[in-house]
Design a protein around this ligand. Structure first.
Ligand code: MD6
Ligand code: FE
Length: 213
């Protein structure tokens, strides 16, 4: 376990100086979030993107908002257009931006107005290697991450590559907010074990909200 302490009054657990885990925070809107993901994917379908090195990522992605994160042979970046459709990404649902702003506020980041929601879909065996989120312009804004569906082990490293990361299981409805001193910590997702979730079946989704510009 990481340096976890519970702030019971605020229903949150600390994972570092700038990071809070809100267990079950999105539970009561889980179904609405999943329906919205379905509508987003009708416009901008899930696809497995290629890293600059040419490897296909195991998690499938889509996104919504004014821009979303893409990767291809040219590198990582934010794009206003979905390269798959040539059109704008679907608009960010009001429920998404409200949820992200509310929880960011509770974590001590008032005024968060995300312009990106990256949607990741993990089937059993899919993973996300250790990485930093560093394609955004202003690291004063936090990242808000919402987990839905199958549980997965979150890998929580330090500010530098190397060392063995802490591990914690993120479950359906859990929300993680990180920023400040922790904004550039390495993190990833261990291969998602197979399981059966009542609402998503054999799938984990993750929403990450950022302010890219
Ligand atoms: C995931 N999450 O949970 C991958 N990045 O599927 C991330 O890469 C991530 O959860 C920045 C902040 C929170 C995250
Ligand atoms: Fe990330």
């Amino acid at each position: 376990m990481p340096d976890l302490f519970s702030d019971l009054a605020n229903n949150r657990e600390s994972l570092g100086p700038g990071t809070w885990l809100f267990r079950g925070y999105a539970l009561d809107v889980g179904d609405q979030l999943l329906e919205a993901i379905g509508r987003i994917a009708e416009v901008s379908p899930f696809r497995r993107m290629k890293t600059p090195g040419g490897r296909e990522m195991s998690a499938a992605m889509t996104g919504c908002g004014a821009r979303s994160w893409v990767t291809d042979r040219r590198g990582y970046r934010y794009s206003e257009l979905d390269p798959e459709t040539g059109r704008h990404w679907p608009a960010m649902p009001a429920l998404f931006s409200r949820l992200a702003a509310d929880v960011a506020d509770r974590a001590g980041y008032p005024g968060f107005g995300p312009d990106v929601c990256l949607v990741n879909r993990y089937q059993p065996g899919a993973r996300m290697g250790l990485h930093q989120d560093r394609d955004e312009q202003d690291y004063r804004w936090p990242v808000v991450s919402v987990s839905l569906g199958l549980p997965a082990t979150f890998l929580w490293g330090g500010l530098r590559r190397g060392g063995s990361p802490a591990r914690l299981v993120l479950e359906h409805g859990d929300v993680l907010v990180w920023g400040g001193e922790d904004r550039l910590r390495y993190h990833g997702i261990a291969p998602v074990p197979d399981g059966r979730c009542k609402v998503t079946g054999h799938v984990r989704y993750n929403l990450t909200f950022r302010r890219a510009l």
